[in-house]
Design a protein around this ligand. Structure first.
Ligand SMILES: Cc1cc2nc3c(=O)[nH]c(=O)nc-3n(C[C@H](O)[C@H](O)[C@H](O)COP(=O)(O)O)c2cc1C
Length: 185
């Protein structure tokens, strides 16, 4: 039995679609392995754009008090963070990018998370659809250099919400959740 960890899963699609389903399969596996998992769906969250005002460089706090600080705190205090996301124009969706931007006040603060996982869905079944996703997440991780993008699951060929039902990737996501900490401590 592996030690129980705190895992935060960010469901970044604004519809209840393929990537959220992939995230749910991961959660099933992670909970079966005894981990504590919190799912945060961006569907109901209000996250304003970063305006680049630089107030956070002085105060350490964002001038906006919407849902972003609460989500950011949960990410900072998790052991692992999972982004379940749709590919939009070869990259991450805008709502997740906005959350990344709004985490600027946290760049110099202590953080616990070390593992980052990306579960991504795209219409086109082409590996290069995911290059931009990986690049975006890794660019954000420059600011959190003790954390690494350790696991990715990219699923192409799913377009309409529900297309992923019955896809073997769901089992892979579940296995990933179950085994996330079974190899490395
Ligand atoms: C604004 C927008 C942009 C998209 N861009 C791409 C793309 O660049 N490549 C691709 O293969 N699919 C693209 N898609 C399709 C989605 O990635 C696909 O439908 C995915 O399954 C959506 O995941 P979801 O159901 O979790 O929202 C795009 C969809 C939307 C709405």
């Amino acid at each position: 039995m592996t030690k129980s960890r705190n895992i935060v899963v960010i469901a970044a699609s604004l519809r209840r679609g393929n990537s959220e389903r992939l995230g749910d399969a991961f959660i099933e596996g992670a909970r079966a392995a005894g981990h504590h998992v919190e799912k945060i769906s961006l569907q109901t969250k209000k996250i304003r754009y970063c305006t680049g005002c630089e107030a956070c460089a002085v105060t350490g706090l964002c001038v906006f008090s919407d849902d972003a600080p609460d989500i950011a705190e949960k990410i900072m205090n998790a052991d692992a963070v999972v982004f379940a996301l749709p590919v939009y124009f070869g990259s991450i969706p805008g709502q997740l990018k906005t959350l990344f931007d709004r985490m600027t006040p946290y760049f110099r603060k202590p953080y616990r998370f070390r593992k980052v996982v990306v579960l991504a869905c795209a219409d086109q079944d082409r590996r290069d659809m995911f290059t931009g996703v990986k690049q975006s997440v890794e660019s954000w991780l420059y600011a959190f250099s003790k954390a690494k993008l350790t696991d990715t699951l990219f699923v192409g060929g799913v377009n309409h919400a529900g297309d992923i039902e019955g896809h073997p990737a769901l089992k892979q996501a579940e296995a990933l959740g179950k085994n996330l900490y079974s190899i490395q401590p």
